[in-house]
Ligand binder design. Structure first.
Ligand code: C2E
Ligand code: MG
Ligand code: MG
Length: 679
């Protein structure tokens, strides 16, 4: 129905109000003007007085409409006011239930803006009388008005035909088309390309409050007025839900410490990225980075310092390769970079060099300058693998190879690295057989007094006598024993052999002490103390004549469990020595905290006596302060021995005196040695 007021409401504001109202008064539909600011009806024609059940215009004007106005109605009126101030030309039609003097009166109202003489925005309301509203229609109309669901009817081409109040308050402009409502063209395409009558989607849309996420239901329907095809679109703002969902997704795919993507992200996003690069016919690389000796930093300076270091490393990597979605932290001190597309290996090498350079720069932790270096493994695609799993495995293998090269190195994957893994697996099963078939033999190397050259003890050093390969060095199989968990059994075997040897030599009048190596992994075993005591008792050994060699890394944690274990062992009678002293991170000043009796200076210092002299002298003088014995390892020349005499070192081991030898040979050595001393 065309409104008789249409022309009037559009007249200029300059026109005198009285003239306009006189014209309005002639219209035979009920019309009134609502003054938003004063919440009153400031003018009404004769016809509307009956709707409002008012005796006169004066009486209606004086009515306090706020007294029985609900919050919802007040809010809606506020919205109309802002609707009109955004666009004075709009009109809309709604079914309202008025409550003049408390009695419901339902009318369909056409609303339009109306400027008062003082320039304020008021609202002209034109009631369109209808015979009777059926209850159902009435309630659904009310629901449409009050619901927070945004409902809009668009023509098939996307022009808006109707918006409910919620949709009006959300729309950027009243005339905004469906197409320009969507942020992405794809959303509109989804609607038009679908054959379904009802389409659901969550889409990013433009609103009066900026870009939001709306859960949208689009239904194909007919416009009840024109009978033309139309879209009925209902929308609910799900931005908060979406933000929560995105946050949860982010947390699931990122590392909370560094904010970098994690392993989950790698298995999805890196996988896709690797596939995309290959689909374009390009090449790329995966770079696996592991920090050398990170555990030592963590153990000696604490986890907080370790965390700080990881965050710093993440920051430096980001500076090298961009914003961070091609860098991941796989856990612990392991990072992964995805490069691609890359032109050639030179580009990869350049980045690898940068990574090495940047990560090796010192970082200050707890007032101390710490330097960690990276070991880097690189796999290339497509040549080293086409999928992310193979590529990661190969980059990881290359990284281990870099560690073997002496750390702070990088290595490209080669096929023989996979073969090396196979060899290690074979080695582990061979070791199992070796244990059962008694292929391990304990050798002994004499420990000698620096001043008198008298044998003071022996170190038990295990050998593997392989049926085909002959003697295998412990350096080649101890790591495999540790990795496979065989080290515990092997350690017990060596201890048993050592107790038996010690007893036999003591019986012959050589009651020397025997040192046995304990791997850090073995030391970590929960039942270590009970097991060692059991072996002593089963073999009738003397714990006072057994020295246990541990490495500095065992002490780094400063944890109570380690201290308790050491005390239990010492209380039982064992002596504790620190092997390869000087190569780890341990602080000399902490030594007195542990029940230690002996330091074995690492062979590397003896090999470079000239340069290492200050360190050796420092170790010896500290040891004297803490009343510890000092043993120099790996003495090969008379010059080295002479220097140790000058430094006042107590004992030494080394090829100069004797190599590690079998039990029988050692027994013979003791006999000859005794004779020579007697002579
Ligand atoms: P380690 O405990 O520091 O043992 C000293 C190593 O230095 C021995 O190597 C010994 O043969 C070697 N050595 C001694 N004097 C000289 C010398 O003058 N010149 C040179 N170049 N080397 C010398 P080995 O027997 O090959 O053992 C290597 C490492 O394997 C040992 O270092 C120890 O850490 C480990 N190991 C050996 N036996 C056992 C064992 O029964 N259990 C455990 N857990 N580890 C063991
Ligand atoms: Mg040793
Ligand atoms: Mg050693």
């Amino acid at each position: 129905m065309k409104s008789p007021l249409m022309s009037l409401s559009k007249k200029s504001t300059a026109e005198c109000l009285d003239t306009r109202l006189r014209e309005l008064a002639r219209v035979h539909e009920p019309i009134w003007v609502y003054d938003f600011d004063n919440a009153c009806i400031c003018w009404a024609n004769k016809e509307s007085l009956s709707i409002w059940q008012a005796d006169s215009l004066e009486e209606l004007r004086d009515r306090d409409l706020t007294s029985d106005m609900t919050q919802t109605v007040a809010k809606r009126l506020q919205q109309y006011q802002s609707d009109f101030s955004r666009d004075e030309t709009i009109q809309f039609r709604e079914i309202w239930t008025l409550y003049p003097n408390g009695e419901p009166q339902t009318v369909e109202v056409l609303y339009s803006s109306f400027r008062l003489d003082d320039g304020r925005m008021a609202m002209m309301c034109e009631a369109l009388l209808q015979e009777k509203f059926d209850n159902e229609a009435l309630r659904s109309a009310e629901a449409l008005l009050h619901t927070s669901v945004m409902i809009t009817l668009y023509s098939k081409s996307g022009e808006p035909l109707y918006r409910n109040p919620a949709a009006r308050s959300s729309a950027r402009s009243f005339g905004e088309s469906l197409q320009s409502h969507f942020v992405n063209d794809a959303s509109m395409q989804l609607l038009t390309s679908s054959d379904d009558d009802e389409i659901n989607m969550v889409a990013s849309v433009y609103t009066a409050n900026g870009q939001r996420w709306h859960d949208i239901t689009a239904r194909r329907c007919m416009d009840a007025v024109s009978g033309d095809a139309a879209w009925l679109i209902s929308e609910v703002d799900v931005s908060r839900l979406k933000a929560t969902e995105e946050r949860a997704q982010f947390l699931a795919e990122h590392d909370t410490l560094t904010g970098l993507p994690n392993r989950n992200y790698v298995s999805i996003a890196f996988r896709n990225h690797v596939e995309q690069i290959q689909a374009q016919g390009d090449r790329g690389a995966l770079i696996y980075i592991d920090l050398d000796h990170f555990k030592d930093v963590n153990d000696s300076l604490g986890h907080e310092a370790g965390d700080k270091l990881l965050v710093e490393v993440a920051g430096r990597l980001k500076k090298i390769v961009g914003d961070g979605d091609n860098i991941a932290r796989l856990g612990g001190d392991e990072f992964l970079l995805l490069l691609g597309p890359v032109a050639d290996n030179k580009e990869i090498e350049k980045i690898t060099r940068q990574v090495k350079k940047q990560l090796s720069k010192p970082i200050t932790l707890q007032g101390r300058k710490v330097r960690v270096t990276p070991s880097i493994g690189i796999s290339l695609f497509p040549e080293d693998g086409r999928n992310i799993n193979d590529l990661m495995r190969h980059a990881d293998l290359a990284m281990y190879h870099a560690k073997d090269l002496g750390r702070n190195e990088s290595a490209f994957f080669t096929t023989d690295m996979s073969e090396a893994v196979e060899t290690r697996i074979n080695l582990e099963s061979e070791l199992m057989v070796a244990l059962h078939e008694g292929q391990f033999v304990t050798y002994f190397q004499p420990r000698v007094d620096v001043q008198t050259n008298v044998i003071t003890g022996a170190e038990a050093l295990v050998r593997w006598i392989h049926p085909e390969r002959g003697m295998v060095s412990p350096a080649d199989f101890i790591p495999a024993c540790e990795a496979s968990g065989l080290i515990g059994t092997l350690g017990k075997f060596v201890l048993t052999q050592s107790i038996l040897a010690q007893r036999e030599w003591a019986r012959n009048g050589h009651d020397i002490r025997v040192s046995v190596n304990l791997s850090p992994l073995q030391f970590g075993e929960e039942r270590l103390v009970q097991d060692l005591i059991q072996i002593i008792e089963d073999n009738d050994g003397d714990p006072d004549k057994i020295e246990l060699e541990i490495t500095e890394s065992v002490l780094l944690g400063h944890d109570q469990l380690t201290i308790d274990k050491l005390h239990s062992l010492v209380d039982y009678g064992f002596r504790i020595a620190i092997d390869d002293f000087g190569t780890g991170y341990s602080n000399l000043a902490y030594l007195h905290r542990y029940p230690i009796r002996c330091l074995k200076i690492d062979r590397s210092f003896i090999m470079q006596l000239d340069t290492a002299q200050p360190i050796i002298e420092l170790i010896i003088s500290m040891a004297r302060l803490f009343k510890l014995d000092v043993v120099a390892e790996g003495v090969e020349t008379p010059e080295q021995l002479k220097a140790l005499r000058e430094y006042d070192c107590q004992e030494y081991q080394g090829f100069l005196f004797e190599k590690p030898i079998e039990f029988v040979a050692f027994t013979e050595l003791l006999r000859i040695h005794e004779e020579s001393i007697a002579a």
